[in-house]
Ligand binder design. Structure first.
Ligand code: MN
Length: 493
């Protein structure tokens, strides 16, 4: 449900406006050492068919045994999505044939999923969009078919076969590619905070099936197409943009949309038809006779709820109320748990007292993130630690160094490491706050530029030029505020 619908989301066309309607089915690999129904490892990148138990290979007579940690992870995720946890759920067989599916069916959940309806708050520039969650169910992943290893043969790698997936189905509450991207990023962040899915899209640990339809504003839902297995947030946005325009083109030409499954080709930035969409009854779902219904106790669910970590929304609210961080800054800081933890470590001194949060947010978001981005590094690989950055901020706050010297100091710490205060002392980077020393520099600049002094009396903005000259003469070490005050007094502006 859009709390604050935005008209800017409408797609303009010569025949009038169109609204795009999007729902996402996200497959998230459960973070767990073992598979959903076997003890085989889930580690990525093993030799083909090296992590395959007899259950995963569907040997006759083998029985699945539920991995309770995978169930706990699904419940944690459900709680993180503010969703209803179903104390009884049922595993079903979804029947289809594929060479990398040795059972001939996928164990999934159909009518009774482990998690029911929930909601995710997505912050957009025009307000918060509340995206409904329809359900979350547990299911097995399939293996992988390898077609390009040999000219005439295909191979099957069953390492992924039986790995636990959470399928998270949203309601069709998204109204633009931007909203869909923001929702997927938020979902990923929530699961990474919870530790229930690492969200590594390059490894295929988070994939989205994207349902797209278009309609005239206020009209009934249009026929949708499902774009399968999109594996990056950017591609989700591009696939929606392309697909919406394709459908609008067909409708404006008087055609009708056929419900079908499509593929997104990132190389060509287009979607292509794969097959007509199967109906649920094509899969012949029925309860898996090898598995009892999954019963959870209220006490177990409450225990998992109690142990949940602080999630992005709560952390953002706390950064705003406890530290006075601006809403947008707080949002950027909490988008990744590592950044939020880093900021919190910078803003908090070892003795528990808080540093200037505005200054800390500014340095983390601009100086540090900017430098990390330029080097293509993540926060975990930052050469400047939170303790070192905190020490630099203390030197600024107490007036020992100016903001400009702090930037030089940051570069020294980045390149060479070391304790900021020791570096400042050893290299004489201390800011000059001694008024008489600065006054001498100010006087020098004024006496050697009598013409500029005359101009400054007519045009007070000229003072900036004088400040620059004095700062230059001091080697960047003069306290800029003191320089400014002295110049104003002496020039009488
Ligand atoms: Mn699925």
């Amino acid at each position: 449900m859009n709390v604050q619908a935005s008209n800017s989301n409408l797609i303009k066309s010569a025949t009038g406006d169109w609204e795009v309607v999007v729902g996402l089915e996200v497959h998230a690999q459960v973070s767990s050492n073992a598979k959903l129904f076997s003890g085989a490892a889930t580690a990525f990148g093993g030799e083909p068919n090296s992590h395959v138990s007899l259950v995963d290979a569907a040997m006759p007579g083998m029985l699945p045994v539920i991995n309770e940690e995978c169930v706990a992870q699904a419940v944690r995720t459900g709680l993180g999505l503010n969703a209803k946890i179903n104390l009884r759920s049922v595993f079903d067989r979804k029947n289809y044939f594929y060479p990398d599916l040795p059972q001939g069916y996928q164990i999934s959940q159909y009518k009774s999923p482990v998690v029911g309806e929930g909601e995710v708050a997505v912050d957009m520039p025009y307000g918060t969009v509340r995206v409904g969650i329809e359900r979350l169910h547990l299911e097995q992943d399939a293996g992988k078919s390898l077609h390009d290893q040999h000219p005439t043969m295909s191979f099957v790698d069953l390492n992924r076969s039986g790995v636990a997936l959470m399928e998270i189905v949203s309601k069709p509450d998204l109204r633009s590619s931007e909203e869909a991207k923001a929702y997927l990023a938020k979902l990923r962040a929530i699961m990474r905070y919870l530790g229930t899915c690492d969200g590594d899209m390059e490894k295929g640990n988070l994939r989205a099936d994207v349902n797209v339809s278009v309609r005239r504003p206020g009209a009934a839902l249009g026929t949708r197409c499902e774009i399968k297995n999109v594996n990056s947030i950017r591609f989700v946005g591009q696939a929606i943009e392309y697909e919406a325009r394709r459908q609008i083109g067909i409708l404006e030409d008087g055609g009708a949309i056929e419900q079908e499954t499509r593929l997104y080709d990132a190389g060509r930035n287009e979607t292509r038809s794969m097959r007509n969409k199967e109906e649920a009854h094509d899969y012949r779902y029925f309860p898996d006779p090898d598995l009892l219904p999954l019963d959870l106790s209220e006490a177990h669910v409450e225990e998992l709820r109690r142990d949940l970590p602080e999630l992005p929304d709560a952390k953002k609210a706390r950064f705003m109320s406890a530290f006075g961080v601006a809403a947008y800054d707080a949002e950027v800081l909490v988008a990744e748990k590592e950044s939020a933890d880093f900021f919190e470590a910078v803003v908090t001194r070892a003795d528990g007292t808080a540093r200037d949060a505005k200054l800390a947010a500014n340095w983390v978001l601009n100086e540090l993130f900017g430098r990390l981005n330029r080097e293509g590094r993540g926060i975990a690989a930052s050469p400047v630690s939170s303790a070192q950055l905190g020490a630099i901020l203390d030197l600024i706050s107490e007036g020992t160094i100016s903001g400009k010297i702090a930037k030089d100091l940051f570069e020294v710490v980045w390149a060479e490491g070391g304790e900021p205060r020791t570096i400042v002392e050893a290299r004489g980077m201390t800011q000059v706050t001694d008024t008489s020393a600065i006054e001498k520099l100010v006087d020098d600049v004024i006496t050697s530029n009598p013409d500029k002094v005359g101009q400054a009396k007519m045009k007070p903005a000229m003072i900036g030029w004088f400040v620059g000259q004095v700062m230059k003469a001091s080697g960047g070490k003069a306290n800029p505020q003191t320089v400014n005050d002295l110049l104003k007094a002496k020039l009488g502006v």
